[in-house]
Design a protein around this ligand. Structure first.
Ligand code: IVH
Length: 673
């Protein structure tokens, strides 16, 4: 018996070691040696043994990544050594000054050896390994005290719960490492899409998303976010000695910790500057946000000699990337018409590369802005990409000579020639013609977008043609389109016409919140639409609501209430809504009720469902507490297969993942008996 128990213990140990090793290959080295199914088998065997012998479960077992219950708040952890911050160099000269100071203080004639690293734009944390086992993970906090987020850090797959013993040498008895938790850009985008679908506010950037995910009181939420962690700096280390930053990075890599592969030894400051230029250029190709580079004196002995001043080390410096800017010439200033009829001046630019994309236009927002910056046609301007997304004009760098006349807003709509209205004292200008083709085009685009009717295949060119040919004069017309009409259009064959019509058919069923959003009422976006749907329950009550009643709705202030009342006070809008309602089925708003059958289960969708679009299916899964993934792995719980499923179905079968059809899926959602 005792021997049997010994055997179990040995098998558990062996399994843990194997699983840790394959985790490392997969999450740290990105180079797996076994298939997902094989990995899963190891994991299942370990889980089984631990179930049978709970006394053998240890906190560093791979099964314990999401082992802890949600907590009320985080405890405080005092860092053994303060977590310092970095001083910044603003330009190349300041980098050279930093290097000169280092050499002066060290009385060195020759070049200093630096390690240059990418400065990751994430959340600073500290990991503590005692005898190779992860015991504490904490945030930086104020540098002295941080928050204990051990349970959440443990859910990050690239963080080893136990270090790998190196082939030569041993494990430190104490290893503190500092690093950066990041959320890869792609995962960030996916997360935001999910949040928007659930009616939650999206995160502003990957750093906020990483911080929010790490500071979750429920580790299961953190576990659902694919965070990653790169280690970059030592804290207190006992039992093993590293002589330099480079040696440290190589050493911890051998222990199984993830380090950034772009770090590099640089001899002298000119090498560091070349590194900065190289990383500046490639930053947009990285899968994570970086905001600069960090240069560190390589030798720990020299670091110690240099010491620190006012909470920053004298041996390291950050050199941020330049804001992404480019200069170009304004060819023309045109005015575009939005779906509410609002007129926006837009600069047509000589195409220029900015942060990896070609920019050929930039919104100038409104007349006040143009006057303030005195922007005119022919001027050369400085462009910047704010938050690395939308390009905007910072200022004029070279005035055209001779200068064009100051820009004025048109008195008639540039699209339809209709009158333009402008309230004195307000910045906005509007085309008052509700039948303006530009307004119609934008309305259709909005109507068909994912958050509204979600009609796939209604691209910009097609919409323009539908409006131009008079096939769609109001939104309801979309539902009466005929194959004969569509095939007449440019680049529209029989096949694609049928496909589009099928997509439109499918879109007939819509939830109330999406219908409200789709109407394109000024100031009513996804969130407000949802609040209105929840409050009124059906469209009839909403369309008759007084401004007074509208103000009672959660999150709706006087301005929005007035705008909604104004919209429904217009008989043309009421008529258009009547006609639309003839073609569609409105369902009550989808309240996010968790359903036990879907709780924390991961779904992958393949093929076409009859009763709902893919986005709708995803939305329902998320709202019911499930998760959606785009690829099948051993971690997938269900593959929902519609008509014409793709290779995901084959993969599901190969991995032994449960495949369900539409009927069963609807039953799980509670939409079918
Ligand atoms: S070294 C004493 N290296 O930037 C040196 N920091 O104020 C401590 N950061 O919050 C930092 N990437 O978390 C270092 N490769 C890197 C880094 C890095 C990002 C963060 C760090 C700290 C901030 C500097």
């Amino acid at each position: 018996m005792a021997e049997a128990a010994g055997d179990v213990r040995a098998e558990i140990e062996r399994l843990r070691e194997l699983i840790n090793y394959h985790n490392y290959r997969y999450y740290v080295l990105d180079s797996p040696e076994i298939t997902d199914a094989e990995y899963d088998q190891l994991m299942r065997r370990l889980e089984q043994l631990e179930r049978e012998h709970p006394e053998l479960i240890t906190p560093d077992s791979p099964t314990q990544r999401v082992g802890a219950a949600p907590s009320e708040q985080f405890a405080t952890v005092r860092h053994r050594r303060p977590m310092l911050s970095l001083s910044n160099a603003m330009n190349e000269d300041e980098m050279r000054e930093f290097d000169a100071r280092v050499r002066r203080m060290l009385r060195l004639d020759g070049e200093v050896e630096y390690v240059s690293e990418v400065k990751l734009d994430g959340v600073a944390v500290e990991l503590v390994y005692e005898n190779g086992v992860l015991t504490v993970g904490s945030t930086r906090g104020d540098g002295i005290n941080g928050e204990d987020v051990t349970q959440n850090i443990k859910t990050i797959k690239s963080v080893p719960l136990r270090l790998i013993k190196p082939r030569h040498g041993r494990l430190p008895t104490l290893l503190e490492v500092r690093g950066e938790v990041i959320l890869p850009r792609k995962a960030f985008e996916r997360l935001n899409e999910e949040r928007i679908a659930k009616g939650e506010p999206p995160f502003a950037n990957p750093r906020n998303a990483a911080a929010g995910s790490l500071r979750q009181l429920d580790p299961r939420v953190t576990a659902s976010r694919p965070l990653d962690l790169f280690c970059h700096t030592p804290g207190v280390i006992e039992g093993v000695e590293f002589k330099s930053q480079w040696e440290f990075l190589q050493g911890i890599k051998e222990f199984g910790l993830k380090v950034n592969p772009l770090s590099q030894i640089c001899r002298g400051v000119e090498d560091v500057l070349a590194y900065w230029r190289k990383i500046s250029e490639m930053r947009h190709e990285l899968d994570y946000d970086a905001d600069g580079i960090v240069a560190k004196v390589n030798s720990f002995a020299l670091q110690e000699q240099l010491g620190e001043v006012s909470r920053s080390p004298r041996w390291a410096i950050a050199f941020k990337f330049k804001a992404q800017q480019a200069e170009t010439k304004i060819k023309r200033i045109v005015v575009s018409v939005g779906r509410t009829g609002s007129l926006t001046p837009v600069a047509e630019l000589e195409p220029v590369q900015l942060a990896g994309v070609t920019i050929s236009s930039a919104s100038l927002h409104n007349l006040d802005e143009i006057r303030r910056k005195d922007i005119r046609e022919g001027d050369t301007v400085l462009l910047e990409r704010a938050g690395d997304v939308i390009p905007y004009v910072v200022r004029v760098t070279k005035k055209a000579s001779p200068r064009a006349k100051p820009f004025e807003m048109p008195t008639h709509c540039p699209e339809c020639g209709g009158a333009v209205s402008h309230e004195p004292g307000e910045v906005a200008y509007y085309c008052v013609n509700v039948n303006c083709p530009a307004r119609m085009r934008e309305s259709i685009r909005h109507f068909a977008s994912k958050a509204c009717f979600d009609i796939e295949g209604l691209g910009d060119k097609l919409v323009a043609q539908l409006v131009e040919k008079g096939l769609v004069r109001e939104l309801a017309d979309l539902f009466s389109l005929k194959e004969e009409q569509l095939v007449e259009l440019e680049r529209m064959g029989k096949q694609s016409a049928r496909k589009l019509l099928a997509n439109i058919q499918r879109a007939r069923r819509v939830t109330l919140d999406r219908l409200i959003n789709a109407l394109g009422i000024r100031h009513v976006g996804e969130h407000t639409a949802r609040q209105l749907a929840l409050h009124f329950g059906n469209i009839e009550r909403l369309r008759k609501a007084s401004e007074e009643e509208l103000r009672q709705v959660r999150d709706i202030g006087p301005e929005i209430a007035a705008s909604i009342a104004q919209y429904f006070a217009e008989p043309r809008n009421q008529k258009a809504l009547d006609r639309l309602l003839e073609h569609i089925d409105v369902e009550p708003v989808f309240t996010a009720k968790p359903r036990a059958a879907l709780q924390d289960k991961t779904f992958v969708l393949t093929g076409t469902l009859e009763s709902m679009s893919r986005t709708e299916a995803e939305r329902k899964i998320l709202a019911a507490g499930g998760k959606v993934s785009s690829s099948v792995s051993s971690k997938t719980d269900y593959v929902v297969a519609g008509a014409n499923p793709g290779s995901k179905l084959d993969r599901a079968r190969a991995l032994g993942v449960k495949v369900i059809g539409e009927e069963e899926f609807l039953r799980m959602l509670g939409e079918k008996e």
